[in-house]
Design a protein around this ligand. Structure first.
Ligand code: ADP
Ligand code: G6P
Length: 475
């Protein structure tokens, strides 16, 4: 419970608030849900907890006044135009994001980007300290805020600090390229507990501390320094999930079912509706998927209107060059396939570059016979878990890349290596052609997994690990 109107026992900090401020041309202000899996997950965790959420409101300039929404106290942090360009688009998304995702595109290094990252991390740390009650739990999120744990510790030794990485943590060979690798590791070591999506991510972090900082490590803990009785920091895997009950409920609503039927009908009631849902990001393997599908079209193994393919590509980070290039590339390829293989009223690829309300997403999942999740690297991929959750009818088939966090949990998926185009084509065909009875068995098993490991359980595990993290010099 809040101690005073602006002091909280639970404070979370993420680059983005759960809502973005949108100002229309006529000056009218409104708020809309922010993009990405972090917000999807944390929004349901925070609902009803009466905590504070520190984050950016999504546009450059002065921060709006703090406000309360869904029992959460939202504390906006301001970013200037330059900071959006240097801290957010630059260091976070053009330096760290590629390094942390296997350098699928090359990373850019600029010292002034890091200076901005440091300044913004300090502003976040100050805002956190401002709203944290004495002895509060502070939960920092993701790669944009890796210096925050040590900054908060320095200002507020009374609080307990956790950090969760929603994306992969890279192998030391890649991480070592970062000129600021020491500052980042030291920033993270300010936490009491560090959570990662996969065991391999936690191990990569521990190895980086050992090899690059020469720190003693034992099992899943790292000593903060080489001195006797040094504070120990635990790093382990706690894979994130989604609000199973809430989303299933939404999928079961008669309006959602009706909308799913309408979607199928408007696509000419295809035999197989194939769906992709991704932020338009080069990590998601959208190009690989379209290449495989294009070859299946060329070979006549799929063809509209019998098979219809809908690709939702959510706008993302549109001022970063690699994202702009990707959009051109994907839209060019979709155009080529549509020119070659569409019929009137039956496009080869139905491409949608929009955001949708959650209910529309649920209807799309419910309507789709096959979902293609083909990232080259992805921390978790909540879309895969959302699809499984919405299929209360046990219908549908999930094609899942082995380079996602979800692969380590959803063992009954049709697994693919997206780099292997021939293999991907075969997997897509298997997902289409496997008898329904067998697909229902697979879907049931995956649904059980997500139902048992939902986002509330994930949050409880994280907070439990944080509460039980080793005390100074303890074990
Ligand atoms: P990432 O966090 O990298 O974007 P995830 O798959 O983990 O990837 O999470 C994506 C989240 O964004 C999911 O909750 C998904 O439902 C949501 N989402 C993706 N595309 C859209 C869209 N076009 N409209 C609304 N929500 C979307
Ligand atoms: C991923 C990241 C989040 C980020 C989201 C959307 O889920 O882990 O930290 O918020 O993508 O990206 P954006 O840059 O629009 O915030």
């Amino acid at each position: 419970m809040p101690r005073t109107a602006t002091q909280f026992d639970l404070v979370i900090a993420a680059n983005r608030l759960p809502v973005d401020r949108v100002v229309d041309a006529d000056g009218t202000e409104s708020w809309r849900t922010s993009p990405g899996g972090l917000v999807t997950a944390m929004e349901s965790v925070m609902r009803g907890r009466e905590g504070a959420w520190v984050g950016w409101a999504g546009e450059a300039g002065d921060a709006p006044e703090p406000f309360v929404e869904d029992d959460m106290y939202l504390r906006p942090v301001a970013l200037s135009e330059d900071e959006v360009a240097h801290y957010y688009e630059g260091f976070s998304n053009d330096t760290l994001w590629p390094i942390y995702h296997d350098v699928i595109v090359s990373a850019t290094f600029h010292r002034f980007w890091f200076a901005s990252y440091e300044a913004v991390n300090r502003r976040f740390a100050e805002a956190i300290c401002d709203v944290a009650a004495k002895g509060a739990t502070v939960w920092v999120h993701d790669y944009q805020l890796q210096l925050v744990p040590a900054m908060v510790r320095e200002m507020r030794p009374d609080v307990r600090i956790g950090w969760f990485n929603h994306i992969p943590f890279p192998p030391v060979e890649l991480f070592a390229q970062l000129p600021w690798r020491r500052a980042i590791l030291e920033g993270l070591l300010g936490a009491d507990y560090l959570g990662f999506q996969r065991v391999a991510d936690a191990q990569n972090f521990i190895r980086a501390c050992r090899q690059l900082l020469n720190l003693p490590t034992k099992g899943d803990t790292v000593s903060e320094s080489r001195s006797e009785g040094a504070r120990r920091v635990r790093a382990s895997a706690v894979p994130i999930s989604i609000d199973f009950v809430g989303l299933e409920e939404l999928a079961k609503k008669p309006e959602t079912k009706a909308r799913a039927a309408e979607i199928r009908e408007s696509l000419g009631d295809p035999e197989t509706l194939i769906l992709g849902v991704d932020r338009l990001d080069y990590t998601k393997g959208i190009g690989h998927r379209i290449k495989a599908y294009g070859e299946l079209l060329e070979e006549g193994r799929v063809s509209p209107p019998k098979q219809m393919f809908v690709q939702v590509a959510t706008p993302s980070r549109e001022r970063v060059d690699a994202y702009r290039d990707l959009r051109n590339e994907i839209e060019g390829e979709v155009g080529r396939l549509n020119g070659e293989f569409s019929d009137i009223g039956a496009p080869a690829v139905q491409y949608l570059h929009h955001s949708y309300p959650r209910q529309e997403m649920a209807a799309l999942y419910l309507a789709a016979d096959v979902l293609l999740v083909t990232p080259l690297r992805d921390g978790m991929n909540l879309v895969a878990k959302e699809y499984v959750t919405c299929r209360y009818d046990d219908g549908g088939a999930l094609v899942l890349s082995e380079f996602t966090g979800a692969f380590h949990e959803l063992h009954q998926a049709f697994v693919c290596n997206p780099h292997d185009i021939e293999g991907l084509k075969q997997t897509i065909m298997r997902a289409i052609e496997t008898p329904d009875k067998e697909k229902r068995r697979l879907m049931r098993a995956m649904r059980r997994r997500v139902a048992d490991h939902d986002v509330q359980r994930w949050a409880a595990r994280f907070l439990d690990n944080l509460a039980n993290a080793p005390e100074k010099g303890g074990s």
